[in-house]
Ligand binder design. Structure first.
Ligand code: SF4
Length: 299
């Protein structure tokens, strides 16, 4: 289903080391309720799905009112992308569901508080996110999760997968981290959190196997076919629906944005049979580490 993705706010109650929004929360204002209503209204004829994302949407004042508005004007799929902490309150879960949300995409970055909280830089965030998943599941909701793969958590990925299987989530995804926001925010973190593909591959594959064997939908994002040739069918980019993103003041086609420069293929990629369908790694990865890991698949 085609969907519109609206970044309704940049502020957040976590401070993730790899935050894709970088420092935007310091210099970009959140959208007003009227602006978001207008975006919803303008797009409903073309998109039946909407994703509310941020920043952290659940701490926005009119969050419930906006979900309710989206439902009333005709969006049939209303996904909430969230760090999940507010859903540790059962009453808040019920209010969000009553307003019309019907998919919940929670970010979980470790199987323990030690790993997760060290990445979010908020003590107690792991317990709250975990409780959020449990609460939403207890209310029969569709729960998807995303884990940002980085140098601190990559060895924990199989444990995260086992935990998510035990929680009976609908699907989980392991997304190789975006590097550019770290470069923009705090270059000192590059050594600490940016991993190499060769180091994470084994753990991502193990995590996918755990999901596959449990019959749970699972995928990985920003991993290329040459890195995980046996798991090509689990590369999320093949399945991400057409998505139109309202970031700061600009509306952009997500797929086009990646093709136009956020990702970059290497000098040998033209020899690869996946050249057309592969997006390549994030541009900054190749620029920092080179392209030796990306060996063309020729048959
Ligand atoms: S096009 Fe390049 S990055 Fe993509 S799979 Fe082939 S070699 Fe790897």
């Amino acid at each position: 289903m085609r969907r519109v993705d609206i970044k309704i706010a940049y502020r957040c109650n976590n401070k993730c080391k790899f935050c894709i929004q970088g420092k935007k929360r310091e210099f970009l204002r959140d959208k007003t309720t009227d602006e978001i209503r207008r975006i919803l209204q303008e797009n409903v004829k073309d998109f039946k799905g909407v994703v509310f994302t941020g920043g952290e949407v659940t701490i926005v004042n009119d969050f419930l009112e906006l979900v309710d508005f989206a439902k009333r004007i005709g969006y049939s799929s209303i996904q909430i992308q969230t760090n999940g902490r507010m859903f540790s309150y059962l009453d808040f879960c019920k209010k969000t569901i009553d307003a019309g949300a019907n998919q919940f995409a929670l970010a979980i970055h470790g199987s323990t508080e030690e790993v997760h909280d060290s990445l979010t830089r908020v003590d107690g965030s792991f317990d709250q996110t975990l409780q959020g998943i449990k609460n939403l599941k207890s209310l029969d909701q569709i729960v998807l999760t995303n884990t940002v793969v980085n140098k601190i958590n990559h060895k924990d990925i199989p444990n995260i997968a086992k935990m998510l299987v035990g929680l009976h989530v609908y699907s989980f995804q392991f997304a190789f981290m975006h590097i550019n926001p770290v470069i923009q925010n705090d270059k000192n973190l590059i050594d600490e959190i940016v991993p190499r593909y060769k180091d994470v591959k084994k753990y991502v594959e193990e995590g996918l196997d755990i999901g596959i064997n449990a019959n749970i939908k699972c995928a990985t994002e920003a991993m290329t076919p040459c890195i995980i040739p046996k798991y090509i069918d689990y590369i999320a980019e093949k399945y991400i629906p057409e998505t139109f993103i309202y970031d700061s003041d600009v509306a952009r086609d997500f797929q086009k944005m990646k093709r136009d420069g956020a990702k970059l293929k290497g000098p040998k990629c033209s020899e690869c049979i996946f050249f057309d369908e592969c997006e390549g790694p994030w541009r900054d990865y190749g620029e920092i580490f080179g392209f030796d890991e990306f060996v063309p698949i020729t048959k």
